[in-house]
Design a binder for this molecule. Structure first.
Ligand code: SF4
Length: 622
């Protein structure tokens, strides 16, 4: 950044909330001279510093790029509204935290797509950086804009803004993308040539090399490559050896409070349970575990370099980790005298092990969060959670016996086939949790029972068996919330509900096609930013954006899609096949469950890829 702008920035920092969001310089920050690197990568998280710095994927990928001797990676977060207003007023462009370099001077600008409601922040960041919003308007001097993360599995809503999407696990493909840029910089080839070369990488989708056609009724007719050599289908990347995959041995320690301020160990990736609403459970398949030895080594290194007092074991379903008991015992043994606690944030109800509760409370009692998801067994079978009422009663009884007294319960409303009886069932389950607490002797249980029950609105997502399902209309959402208010009006229970409007928009964008990009841009131009933040969410502006673009949100969110409709993400091969998802959708409607595929392969599609699924390769062939 030039000295005049630097001086302006210093002045701005005196006027904004939480200036440490923008200063960098945290302990353990990787500092590599940007000017000496052959390839520079601005890693952009389209939300605040506090949210982005809690994100594990960003830390892993920045570490991997910075390990390349010829590349440098620096971090960028969305400036909060006070900061962006002052930056625009003073003519200060978006800059990176490490070297305060203007983002538009990096070779690659990469966004991580964690949730749909951060998409307007991507446009905000591009605009603040002075990079043309649309790929088609970028010139030879502009960076290549890439994106990855779970929302990249349906890349179409952002197709106009992103030059290349990385689909699947990022550890390997991000290095390959950097290598392509390095090679082309050396040769001085054109932007178009670079994009072509990127499209040849497995797992990379370059949307400008494809064209979309629509039927008269607005549904997608086809999405086809524009030239020879561009793959018709883009196959997602899978890291098969997770234990050997790169993992940071140090982390920047923020000065300011962030959402998750602790060491995170990713103990495994993927989930075999097959919950039908869960996109993560489908797109991160197969299950791959890290060994206890590797995890202990990582924990040691991270504890030493950061001084954190909490280690969180992260995965989609930590209780399914094969050596959980051994891992917890080893961690407790090694860190107890240093007052380091171990937390297990994503435990399924049916595999909460009493011993794990005992072990984790020895140092510090962490909160207990359980997700029954639906109120009746019938609906839990429809969504295939495999969780029973007995599992819930046992889990809360164990927790109360270990001294817990605060429990958080998560449910969804609007799931396919749901009736009022299922909603009333949520109330019934809460009563059972209260009864379980009072059944535990007073001297064992903790004081002051508190149950926080949150009910979110179901959002159908791509690459799930519910990708064809309609979402509830806003009127239905409101009516169901009234039923729930009555069902949950009881002592000890606090009922939290989510706004239907936000979930409606999430459903529109999640299953959107290329035309949705116009709506996102129109919404941003009308002033939408930080849509995931209640205080900034402007449903009225989004509705105006839909109207201005001549599109109807209901077409995307509320319509049940016929099984033979071409879906905007059909050209992405996520591993799970459409045939498998259809089978699961039909079984769901019929109330039939599907086994956990650790008990035998369900032929989800991964078995087509040689060596990709260890369960299938080792034992699961049926
Ligand atoms: S291939 Fe079979 S075992 Fe592997 S994730 Fe799919 S269903 Fe499970």
């Amino acid at each position: 950044m030039d000295p005049v702008k630097e001086a302006k920035l210093e002045k701005i920092l005196e006027q904004v909330q939480k200036p440490s969001r923008y200063t960098g310089g945290e302990m353990n920050t990787a500092v590599k001279p940007k000017e000496k690197a052959e390839v520079s990568f601005a890693f952009c998280f389209p939300d605040t510093y506090e949210i982005g710095m809690s994100h594990l994927g960003m830390k892993i990928l920045c570490h991997i790029i910075n390990k390349l001797p010829w590349a440098v990676c620096e971090r960028v977060f969305t400036p909060w509204v006070d900061m962006s207003a002052l930056m625009r007023q003073e003519g200060v462009e978006l800059f990176s935290l490490e070297s305060r370099s203007p983002v538009r001077e990096f070779d690659i600008v990469g966004f991580t797509l964690m949730y749909e409601m951060s998409f307007t922040n991507i446009l905000e960041m591009l605009s603040l950086a002075g990079i043309p919003l649309r790929g088609a308007d970028r010139g030879e001097k502009d960076p290549i804009v890439v994106a990855g993360g779970p929302c990249a599995y349906n890349p179409e809503p952002l197709a106009k803004f992103i030059d290349a999407f990385m689909i699947g696990d990022g550890e390997e493909v991000i290095q390959e993308v950097c290598e392509v840029i390095r090679e082309h910089k050396r040769r001085g080839t054109s932007r178009q040539e670079v994009l072509r070369a990127l499209s040849r990488l497995e797992g990379v989708y370059v949307p400008s090399l494809y064209t979309a056609e629509y039927h008269d009724d607005g549904t997608l007719k086809s999405l086809t490559p524009l030239e020879e050599g561009v793959p018709a289908t883009v196959r997602r990347r899978v890291v098969t050896d997770l234990d050997g995959a790169e993992y940071p041995d140090t982390l920047p320690v923020p000065f300011t409070e962030i959402v998750f301020d602790r060491i995170t160990l990713e103990i495994m990736r993927g989930c075999t349970r097959g919950c039908r609403f869960c996109q993560a459970g489908m797109i991160y398949r197969p299950v791959r575990e890290r060994s206890v030895k590797t995890l202990l080594k990582q924990a040691e290194a991270l504890e030493k370099s950061t001084g954190y007092e909490e280690i969180s074991l992260s995965s989609l379903s930590s209780g399914d980790y094969t050596c959980l008991k051994e891992l917890i015992e080893s961690l407790m043994e090694r860190f107890e005298d240093r007052r380091v606690s171990v937390s297990l944030p994503s435990m399924r109800i049916d595999n909460i092990v009493k011993q794990s509760l005992e072990e984790t409370k020895r140092v510090k009692k962490s909160g207990l969060t359980l997700a029954p998801e639906a109120g009746t067994q019938r609906l839990r079978d429809v969504i295939n959670t495999g969780v029973t009422e007995e599992d819930l009663t046992r889990a809360v009884t164990d927790a109360f016996e270990c001294g817990w007294s605060h429990v958080k319960l998560y449910f969804m409303s609007g799931l396919p086939t749901e009736t009022d009886e299922d909603l009333m069932g949520i109330g019934e389950l809460n009563k059972k949790v209260i009864n379980a607490y009072f059944a535990v002797p007073k001297e064992k249980r903790g004081k002051d029972l508190r149950i926080t029950t949150s009910v979110s609105v179901f959002v159908p997502k791509p690459f799930t068996p519910f990708q064809w399902a309609p979402q509830d209309s806003l009127e239905t959402v409101k009516a169901k919330q009234d039923v729930l208010k009555k069902a949950l009006g009881m002592k000890y229970v606090r009922y939290n509900w989510h706004d239907g409007e936000l979930s409606y928009l999430e459903a529109c964008v999640a299953r959107g096609d290329r035309r949705m990009g116009d709506v996102i841009e129109a919404a941003w131009r009308l002033g939408c930013r930080f849509d995931g933040w209640n205080e900034h969410f402007r449903y009225d502006l989004w509705m105006r954006a839909f109207e201005d673009c001549g599109l109807d949100g209901d077409f995307y969110a509320l319509r049940e899609r016929p099984l033979d409709e071409t879906l905007p993400w059909d050209h992405i091969d996520a591993g799970v096949t459409k045939e498998y998802l259809k089978r699961e959708w039909e079984k769901a409607v019929g109330g039939k469950t599907t086994r956990d595929c650790r008990k035998g392969c369900n032929a989800c599609g991964l078995q087509r890829w040689k060596g990709a699924c260890p369960q299938y390769e080792n034992a699961g062939r049926v």
